[in-house]
Design a protein. Structure first.
Ligand code: ZN
Length: 379
């Protein structure tokens, strides 16, 4: 196994989308600090994410939008025309001090990841996974679409067939926009039904290369295990990609405030283990959503441990616990009295349950689609 590389950056430390925004919380710094505290992030495995220049971002984004985004960071305000046209300066995509630098750093790592994986390897980029942005528009807390840029970069560096798996609680509307109808890109998304952005219906197949699985509230680990074994892994095995990109959004777990799914983080670890066992030569794991500072930090650190084959201890040593005890979740009721295991563990207690008929039926429906066997539409 090649040694995985971790892409991080100090740009995430202390930067916030604003006092009331769900992304006021620290996420990537927790993963870096907790991984280092555990001895899991030696300098040889760490890379600082480079900040992408606008010219590099035109691989997918429009020059007009990139210009508006850069100007908004400098001016720290936008006019009404820019807000309407590009979705900047809204409640979900506010003006904030690092509004170009931070997403451009996430995009820079995704672009570089594609190049570094040219000869194979494993890269973890928890600051990535901003799957809602469009070519000329910010959307859903995302200013730049680094997963799209990663896939394009992988292809430019020689990967012909790329599979994109998205287990965030929200549908990956921007990524689907980028690759719908592309027979050399398989897209699989699991997401909560009747939740923003309201795309990703069961029958929405993007022309044949997209498998969308909307899921009911309360999704449990047993249901996700069925999805993993009966849909995700068989589709990947059939498609036989040169590269796999896993968007590992942390908002589908029980404690997340923005969704109503009820997974434990074991669901994410087990999907990653299943993907790793496929032996695909290039693997890029991205972050994504996740709005509870403890569940995000613990889940994404556990992902890094899993990529490296480190055993996750049942109880964290004091240096690890100290990282989690230092977190705050201001203006959130659940942040006032966090349960002890948010401080003392990485792995959640599993959350098994019945596989409900609607989940089984949707799974059966998708399994009949050619893409579920890795068969792609004619270009
Ligand atoms: Zn999400």
């Amino acid at each position: 196994m090649t040694t995985p590389i971790f892409f991080g950056s100090e740009v995430y430390r202390g930067s916030s989308y604003g006092r009331w925004h769900p992304l006021r919380i620290p996420r990537v710094p927790t993963v870096m600090d907790l991984s280092r505290a555990m001895g899991w992030l030696p300098t040889a495995q760490y890379r600082t994410s480079p900040r992408a220049k606008p010219a590099a971002l035109t691989l997918w984004h429009t020059p007009e939008y990139l210009d508006a985004l850069s100007r908004a960071e400098v001016a720290q305000q936008v006019d009404d025309a820019t807000r309407d046209r590009h979705g900047l300066g809204t409640v979900s995509n506010p003006v904030f001090p690092e509004m170009y630098r931070r997403p451009a750093t996430g995009a820079g790592a995704s672009l570089l990841a594609g190049e570094l994986l040219a000869d194979g390897g494993v890269i973890y980029h928890p600051g990535g996974g901003t799957h809602h942005a469009f070519p000329d528009r910010a959307n859903g807390f995302c200013y730049l679409n680094d997963p799209v840029l990663a896939i394009l970069s992988l292809k430019r560096a020689g990967a012909r067939r790329v599979a994109y798996i998205d287990i965030d609680a929200h549908h990956c509307d921007g990524v689907e926009h980028g690759f719908a109808g592309d027979p050399e890109t398989l897209l699989i998304s699991t997401h909560e039904e009747r939740r923003w952005p309201f795309t990703g219906a069961l029958d929405e197949d993007g022309g044949g290369n997209c498998l969308n699985l909307p899921l009911p509230r309360g999704l449990n680990d047993s249901e996700m295990a069925e999805i993993r074994e009966r849909l995700i892994l068989p589709a990947l095995a059939g498609f036989a990609p040169d590269a796999i990109v896993l968007q590992c959004g942390a908002d589908a777990v029980e404690e997340d405030p923005l969704s109503r799914l009820a997974l434990s983080n074991n669901a994410h670890f087990d999907i990653l283990l299943g993907i790793m066992a496929l032996g695909c030569p290039r693997l890029l794991v991205l972050g994504g959503g996740g709005y509870n500072p403890w569940s995000v930090g613990r889940l994404w650190t556990g992902i890094w441990a899993t990529l490296n084959g480190h055993d996750i201890p049942d109880r964290l040593p004091p240096v690890g616990e100290a990282v989690l005890r230092a977190l705050h979740w201001d203006r959130a009721r659940a942040g006032r009295t966090p349960p002890a295991h948010w401080f003392t563990t990485i792995r959640d207690t599993p959350r098994p349950g019945p596989v409900r008929p609607e989940v089984a039926q949707r799974l059966a429906h998708l399994r009949e689609q050619p893409a579920a066997r890795g068969e792609m539409p004619e270009p």
